[in-house]
Design a protein around this ligand. Structure first.
Ligand SMILES: Cc1ncc(COP(=O)(O)O)c(C=O)c1O
Length: 389
């Protein structure tokens, strides 16, 4: 592995949950803490340009999702970002009273949509993930989907779904947590309305790194988000009584930006300098194709491959279904291959095309064969689960 600090001998296949540590991040954080904070103190808001950090980071993320930097905001968690964009979307369609989300999505997406529906007196409608458009009629304000499913790795056709949802008068929101940095995304090209995504998975921003949100430029003048804090004010330091939103995406800010986290993320994103997204996707498909074919060949019939095999139907992870999936993952971790487990019976393996290699894939499958052959997954030590699986 070059460009990343991954412990020697470790095969890390969990970059779809927490990305590895890019080289240079620790040094950058050390400098921000010791020099900018420790020495510069309050002066660093100006001298170290902390106020511009979110915009600078947005400039690095924008090309990864096919948008203009000035239309992206960072600073909150994905959940809070979703709350803001979902309320804004509902307010953009005041004549429609239904919010649609899929039941298999990452739970927070469902919880936030349900919360917004309750808050605004709207109806929450669950769609069939196999045909989300079937739920979109002329009452629907927003269709909110996750581009790549966290459990199965299945990927929606963003262009087709966006166009059809909009043809029915709904707005289209995409959660890009499991695609940004591994799958090319072109929000402008598909004409999406809103998007959110986290930065601690394939963008390697570190645990709890701030999420991004994007609102299409044509909606920004009318969009109103609900957390109207001072940092989204047109003139925060004028300290006026009444709220006047900043123009453009700036109105989606609420409070003081997380400077340390944004600084780590800014340094981490340098790993994408000069990287072509097309090449990255090619690499990702090589890794996942090899994993699937080795599992097919060496462990026939042992796992159900829960991820679609077709390239354009999947992201950058492969999910293996097995009744003892939790034990399988734990036994693999004991053999220095890190994946993770998701309820009810999925062993997930994320392939980060920036740093995973074909050798990682071969080693992982060799060790998986040993875990299965020796029934290491049945070790009683794995009968109770850790808090984070
Ligand atoms: C699709 C999706 N949305 C949201 C989140 C998490 O949101 P938050 O950043 O608020 O923890 C995840 C985390 O794994 C996710 O996979």
């Amino acid at each position: 592995v070059t460009g990343f600090d991954v412990p020697d001998g470790l095969v890390y296949l969990d970059g779809n949950s927490l990305g590895a540590l890019p080289e240079g991040v620790a040094e950058r954080l050390q400098d921000v803490v010791r020099r900018e904070w420790g020495q510069g103190l309050i002066r660093s808001w100006n001298d170290a340009r902390w106020m511009e950090l979110s915009r600078r980071v947005a400039g690095r993320i924008a090309p990864l999702i096919g948008v203009q930097p000035g239309d992206v905001h960072l600073g909150d968690s994905t959940s809070v970002s979703l709350f803001k964009t979902t309320v804004a979307a509902a307010r953009l369609r005041p004549d429609r009273r239904v919010l649609v989300v899929e039941p298999s999505t990452f739970p927070t997406d469902g919880y936030i949509t349900a919360g917004v529906a309750e808050l605004m007196g709207l109806e929450l409608r669950w769609c069939d993930p196999a045909d989300p458009l079937a739920a979109v009629d002329d009452d629907v304000a927003l269709l909110s989907l996750t581009h790549v499913d966290f459990r199965t790795g299945a990927m929606f056709d963003m262009a087709v779904i966006t166009a059809e949802a909009q043809a029915r008068g709904a707005l289209m929101q995409w959660d890009l947590c499991h695609s940004t940095g591994a799958v090319p995304v072109d929000l402008t090209g598909v004409g999406a309305d809103l998007a959110v995504g986290c930065t601690y998975k394939y963008l390697n921003g570190g645990p709890g790194a701030p999420a991004f949100l994007w609102v299409a430029p044509e909606h920004q003048a009318a969009a109103r988000q609900p957390i109207t804090g001072w940092m989204g004010h047109a003139t925060p330091f004028a300290m006026t009584r009444d709220y006047h939103p900043a123009g453009g995406i700036g109105a989606f800010a609420s409070g003081t930006p997380p400077v340390l986290a944004l600084s780590a993320l800014e340094a981490a994103l340098e790993a994408f300098d000069g990287v072509s997204l097309t090449e990255l996707r090619k690499r990702s498909l090589e890794l996942t194709d090899l994993f699937i074919s080795l599992v097919d060949e060496r462990l026939p019939g042992v796992f159900e491959i829960a991820t679609p095999r077709q390239h354009d139907r999947r992201g950058s992870q492969i999910s293996l279904g097995h009744p003892a999936a939790y034990g399988v993952v734990q036994a693999l971790i004991a053999r220095d291959v890190i994946g993770d487990f998701r309820e009810p019976d999925i062993a997930r393996f994320g392939f980060a095309p920036l740093y995973n290699t074909l050798d990682d894939v071969r080693t992982a499958v060799e060790r998986l064969e040993l875990v299965m052959a020796n029934e290491e997954y049945a070790d009683p030590a794995y009968s109770s689960r850790n808090a984070v699986t």
